[in-house]
Design a protein around this ligand. Structure first.
Ligand SMILES: Nc1ncnc2c1ncn2[C@@H]1O[C@H](COP(=O)(O)OP(=O)(O)O)[C@@H](O)[C@H]1O
Ligand SMILES: [Mg+2]
Length: 377
C-alpha cells in the first residue's frame, strides 16, 4: 500500500498535521467568546492562519457563527464589499435565499441574489445599483454582522493579513471600520497579520483609529520539545525512525519555523520512501535542504539580483547570523558603511518581507534563503 506523506506545508494545516498551540488556542477562544477583540501578530509562516482557523472551527461548535476574510485578496473597497458580503451571507446558518432577502433590506447600493456555481451549489452574488453612495454601502456591509447577530446568536469575525487595509483608501477605510465595529456588541473581532511593525502601529499608536481596540498577542515559534514529539511520532507512524538528536538538527537547520519544519520533513520523508531508508541521519537532512534550495534557486537569484550592491552585502552579513549589525566590530569585519545606510537597506528588506526585526535583532525570514546567500554571495 502506498503511504501518504505525514507532513504538509504551504496551506493551512488541520487535523493530525496540526500540533501544539494549546495555550494560544485557549486564550484566543476565551477572549473572543467573552465578547472581546484580539489582535495576533507573528512573522509569516509561523502558523497564524492555521491557528485561527482551528479556533474558528471550535467556536462554531460552541454555537458561534464565524467568518474568515483574508485581506491579501482585497485590493479595493469594492472587492472588500464583494468578498465580505459573500462571506457573511454564506456564513449565516439559514438558507441562502432567506439571508439574501434580509441582506437586500440592510444594504443600500447593491441588489443581492443567489446564483449557482459549476457544481450546482447556491452561492451569493450581487449587482451594484448605479449611482448609489459607495461609502454608505461600505458602512452597511460592515454593520451587517451586527444586524444579523443577536444575543442568542453571536458572531466572530477574523480579518487575516489585516495590516493590508491601509492599501484601501489610506486611513479613511480604517476609520470607517473602527467607528462602525465599536458599536457591535454581538460580534467579536480577531485581527491577525504578518507585518508586525505595521500591525503594532495600528493598535499601539494613539493617532490611529484602532488604537487600544483589542488585546494584542504575539505568536512565537513552537517549542523544540513539542516539535520533536511531532516529528518522531509522525515518522514512526509511517515506519521511519528519527533520533531526538537528529530531530533537533532538523529543527535548528530551519530556525524552528513551523512552515520550514514541515517543508523539510516532507522532503526527507519522500526521499526515505524512494530510497528505502528507515532511519533518518544528518546526511538525509542536508540532502533535503540542498534539494529544496536547488528547487528555489531561480527565485533566490531573482531576489538577490534585484538588490543594489550594498544591499547584497547587508544580505550576506545577515546570512552569517551576526547579532549586532550596527556594532563597530561588524562594521569593520564586513566593511559596512554608515549606520543610516545599513538601516535604510534593512528597512527595504523588512518592507519586502525578507527580514524580520525581533527584539532589536534583524533576521532573514527564510532560513533556506539564508543558507543560499551564505553559500553563494
Ligand atoms: N500548529 C502547527 N502544526 C503543524 N504545522 C504548522 C502549525 N502551524 C504552522 N504550521 C506549518 O506552517 C505552514 C504555514 O502555516 P500558516 O498557518 O499558513 O502560517 P501563517 O498564517 O502564519 O503564515 C503550514 O502549512 C504548516 O506546514
Ligand atoms: Mg496566514
Amino acid at each position: 500500500m502506498k503511504k501518504t506523506n505525514p507532513f504538509k506545508f504551504g496551506s493551512v494545516v488541520s487535523g493530525d498535521y496540526f500540533y501544539n498551540r494549546t495555550e494560544e488556542l485557549q486564550r484566543i477562544k476565551q477572549t473572543l467568546a467573552g465578547g472581546n477583540n484580539i489582535t495576533l501578530y507573528a512573522p509569516r509562516r509561523y502558523g497564524k492562519s492555521s491557528l485561527v482557523k482551528k479556533a474558528l472551527v471550535e467556536l462554531e461548535k460552541q454555537g458561534f457563527i464565524t467568518i474568515y476574510v483574508d485581506f491579501m485578496s482585497v485590493y479595493s473597497q469594492e472587492t472588500f464589499i464583494k468578498n465580505y458580503s459573500k462571506a457573511i451571507a454564506e456564513g449565516e446558518k439559514q438558507s441562502l435565499e432567506a439571508t439574501v432577502k434580509k441582506i437586500a433590506k440592510l444594504i443600500t447600493g447593491i441588489v443581492p441574489s443567489v446564483s449557482f456555481d459549476s457544481a450546482g451549489l447556491p452561492t451569493f452574488s450581487f449587482s451594484w445599483i448605479q449611482g448609489s453612495n459607495k461609502e454608505q454601502t461600505l458602512i452597511d456591509v460592515i454593520n451587517l454582522p451586527q444586524q444579523l447577530a443577536s444575543d442568542k446568536s453571536k458572531w466572530i469575525i477574523a480579518f487575516d493579513e489585516f495590516q493590508e487595509v491601509t492599501k484601501l483608501n489610506g486611513e479613511r477605510f480604517e476609520k470607517i471600520l473602527r467607528s462602525c465595529i465599536q458599536h457591535h456588541n454581538n460580534v467579536s473581532y480577531l485581527f491577525l497579520g504578518s507585518k508586525t511593525h505595521l500591525l503594532q502601529d495600528m493598535f499601539n499608536n494613539r493617532n490611529r483609529a484602532f488604537y487600544n481596540s483589542a488585546s494584542i498577542m504575539g505568536i512565537g515559534k513552537i517549542s523544540e520539545e513539542k516539535s520533536i514529539e511531532f516529528l518522531t511520532s509522525r515518522f514512526r507512524d509511517t515506519g521511519v525512525s528519527i533520533d531526538k538528536k537528529i530531530a533537533i538538527y532538523l529543527l535548528r537547520s530551519v530556525d524552528n519555523i513551523p512552515y520550514y519544519i514541515q517543508f523539510i520533513a516532507f522532503e526527507i520523508w519522500q526521499s526515505a520512501q524512494l530510497n528505502n531508508i528507515n532511519v533518518v541521519s544528518t546526511t538525509d537532512i542536508d540532502k533535503a535542504l540542498e534539494t529544496i534550495i536547488q528547487l528555489k534557486s531561480d527565485y533566490y537569484w531573482e531576489m538577490i539580483n534585484k538588490q543594489t550592491s550594498y544591499r547584497k552585502k547587508v544580505l550576506y552579513v545577515l546570512s552569517c547570523g551576526v547579532q549586532e549589525i550596527f556594532s563597530k566590530e561588524t562594521t569593520n569585519n564586513y566593511d559596512l558603511g554608515s549606520v543610516s545606510t545599513t538601516q535604510k537597506a534593512l528597512d527595504v528588506f523588512i518592507e519586502d518581507g525578507l527580514v524580520e526585526k525581533m527584539d532589536k535583532h534583524y533576521i532573514l525570514s527564510d532560513p533556506l534563503f539564508k543558507l543560499f546567500i551564505n553559500n553563494n554571495l
